[in-house]
Write a protein that binds this ligand. Structure first.
Ligand code: NAP
Length: 293
């Protein structure tokens, strides 16, 4: 048995005693909605809960979850802190510098990152395989935070290397590109129109449009051949994606990334294929959360 298969066998034998998403706040999270539907469908008698954990309580929460043999997800604002606190991280989590998925092996937490899988799945869905080679396509990425890190790793793994990062704090973008060893041109927002004119894929990895109708950029700036990926998701879609679709652009919000990161986590916890159609149906049927997401 290879080392990897041995690890998977051990993990499958140690299925999580419970699943939990840690965040602060976390009441709006849609993960319990589609993960509990998937668990029910797969006949796995495990419940997925939300746990609101303040930053100063994270260390203790992770210690307790390891003692319980739990697994789960980690969301804002804990992803980077968890990567520093969990000593056993997968190469992907170490590379991104953030943990969004964890499980317990022999009493110890293992941290992983499936946001990269979610971004890969969305980019693949948006940009047809028969289009030009990824290396020839110019990508514009807005933002330089945690989700931009996962998106950069996804782009690099798909073969994109003509990447421009647009950031109001350019130092953060330079630091991220250097840390990941993924070369990127870095520009300020006032250069947006110029760099987008040449783009075949534009990606929003900032929270713009999460709570109001602000757009990361005007649709008129976006060439007609260019695909649009908004990491933000909201019930009923984001204003940017609605405007882009109305203007005939290929465009996806962050829901596919959410489902795919969750499906990938499910597969890591249980070593069985995630029921993606069930996950999507559960999200379609979910009532709106208090903040509209
Ligand atoms: P983060 O680490 O806080 O980074 C946010 C980035 O956006 C920073 O570079 C920040 O710039 C920039 N920014 C914030 N407000 C801005 C504004 N008004 N104008 C220009 N730039 C602005 O956040 P994150 O974890 O990367 O998450 C970003 C968004 O991605 C979240 O709001 C969430 O909606 C979405 N997300 C979706 C998924 C999914 O599964 N679909 C997963 C993760 C995240 P400064 O450095 O200058 O502050």
């Amino acid at each position: 048995m290879t080392e990897q298969r041995q690890e998977r066998a051990v993990r499958a034998a140690q299925r999580p005693s419970r699943l939990v998403i840690l965040g602060h706040p976390v009441a709006h999270s849609l993960s319990p909605v589609f993960q509990n539907a998937a668990l029910l469908d797969a006949g796995i008698p495990v419940v997925y809960d939300r746990e609101d954990v303040a930053p100063d309580a994270l260390t203790e929460a992770l210690r307790r979850l390891a003692a319980e043999g739990a697994g789960g997800n980690i969301t804002i604002p804990h992803k980077e802190a968890a990567a520093a606190l969990i000593s056993r991280c997968t190469p992907t989590a170490r590379r991104v510098g953030a943990v969004n998925t964890f499980w317990t092996e022999q009493g110890e937490l293992v941290g992983h990152n499936t946001d990269v899988d979610g971004a890969v799945a969305t980019i693949r869905a948006l940009v047809p395989a028969e289009a030009s080679a990824p290396g020839d396509r110019s990508v514009v990425l807005l933002g330089a935070g945690g989700s931009a890190a996962a998106t950069l790793v996804a782009l690099s793994s798909l073969g994109y290397h003509r990447i421009t990062m647009v950031a109001r704090t350019t130092g953060r973008a330079h630091a991220l590109s250097e840390r990941l060893a993924i070369p990127a041109q870095v520009v300020r927002p006032d250069a947006l129109e110029r760099v987008v004119a040449d783009a075949e894929l534009v990606i929003n990895a900032t929270p713009i449009g999460l709570r109001d109708d602000a757009l990361p950029m005007l649709v008129a700036m976006i060439p007609t051949r260019c695909a649009v990926f908004d990491l933000v998701y909201r019930r009923g879609g984001t204003p940017w994606i609605a405007a882009c679709r109305e203007a005939g652009r290929r465009a996806e919000d962050g829901l596919r990334m959410l489902v795919e990161q969750g499906a990938s986590a499910f597969e890591a916890w249980f070593d069985v294929l995630a029921p993606r159609a069930v996950m999507w149906r559960a999200l379609d049927a979910a009532p709106p959360t208090h903040d509209g997401r």
